[in-house]
Design a binder for this molecule. Structure first.
Ligand code: SF4
Length: 272
């Protein structure tokens, strides 16, 4: 029996009266809710029970992104828990503080306990937790080369590179277009360093999401007839100190953090 992937396949079996008796306002909304596991097909009183049972069997319940991350964190924590932090700290560019590894991310310390738990004054989220654990496990201590490469050239980036461009570079470009002064003020609050480059960008700066994984952010302001441009480049050493998935998560997390900061703490184009 084939897996149901499209809500239209469910919609086709419904009465299409949009009566709302299933608890959602339309048959199409019901079909989408069924596919996402929020409703059972049998919640529609007009659906033949045999058809409802058949649809139920064809729906594969998927774990949410949060659940995937939680499972990844549990596995990574178990691997981190057997490591000797005192040997690791110099390679990671980290410090040992009360037996914990203190790793600086964007100017703030995040501590990993010997059991692999994360402690920080900052709001904790999975965007930083998974990359930190990967960093501890994968970082070979390769020094920064000063040779900047596109994300897509990193090993293992193929499956993430579209996501990186659509969910990281493009939203950051849009944020920079809408809140240019604010974005660059925030970058500097998080330790960004300006860089002079020959690429002709109007703004080029480096940030350190992990001690040995710098990002170079280049932004070209819009000009008459031309949209703005933005790219995020990685140092050639990034592949030996982290992995493509973590770099993607870090970039996404930073942009989400900036978006939230702008929403919550800005007024008239200034931070307060
Ligand atoms: S109860 Fe059935 S027919 Fe009515 S809106 Fe929901 S799915 Fe459509």
């Amino acid at each position: 029996m084939s897996e149901l992937k499209n809500p239209l396949e469910i919609y086709a079996a419904l009465a299409k009266t949009n009566c709302g008796q299933c608890g959602v306002p339309s048959c199409m909304a019901f079909a989408a809710a069924v596919l996402q596991g929020q409703k059972k097909p049998a919640a529609c009183p007009y659906l033949d029970p045999a058809v409802a049972a058949q649809l139920s069997q064809r729906i594969v319940q998927r774990r949410s992104l949060e659940e995937d991350h939680q499972q990844a964190i549990e596995q990574l924590r178990r691997q981190v828990a057997v490591l000797d932090f005192s040997l690791l700290a110099p390679r990671l560019g980290a410090r040992l503080v009360d037996g914990n590894l203190a790793i600086n991310c964007l100017g703030k310390d995040f501590c990993i306990t010997p059991a692999g738990e994360m402690i920080s004054d900052c709001h904790l989220n999975h965007w930083i937790y998974v990359p930190l654990l990967h960093y501890i496990l994968l970082c070979q201590g390769k020094e920064v080369q000063g040779e900047w490469v596109p994300y897509a050239t990193l090993p293992g980036a193929a499956e993430w590179s579209q996501y990186f461009s659509h969910r990281c570079e493009e939203p950051l470009r849009q944020l920079a277009d809408a809140h240019r002064d604010l974005i660059f003020e925030m970058f500097h609050l998080f330790g960004a360093q300006p860089v002079a480059l020959a690429g002709g960008a109007d703004h080029s700066l480096t940030i350190l999401p992990l001690p040995k994984v710098p990002f170079l952010i280049n932004y070209w302001e819009p000009e008459e007839g031309f949209d703005s441009k933005l790219n995020i480049l990685l140092d050639r050493s990034a592949a030996e100190n982290s992995n493509a998935q973590s770099i993607n998560l870090l970039a996404r997390g930073i942009i989400e953090m900036f978006r939230q900061l702008i929403l919550r703490h800005s007024r008239d184009g200034k931070l307060f």
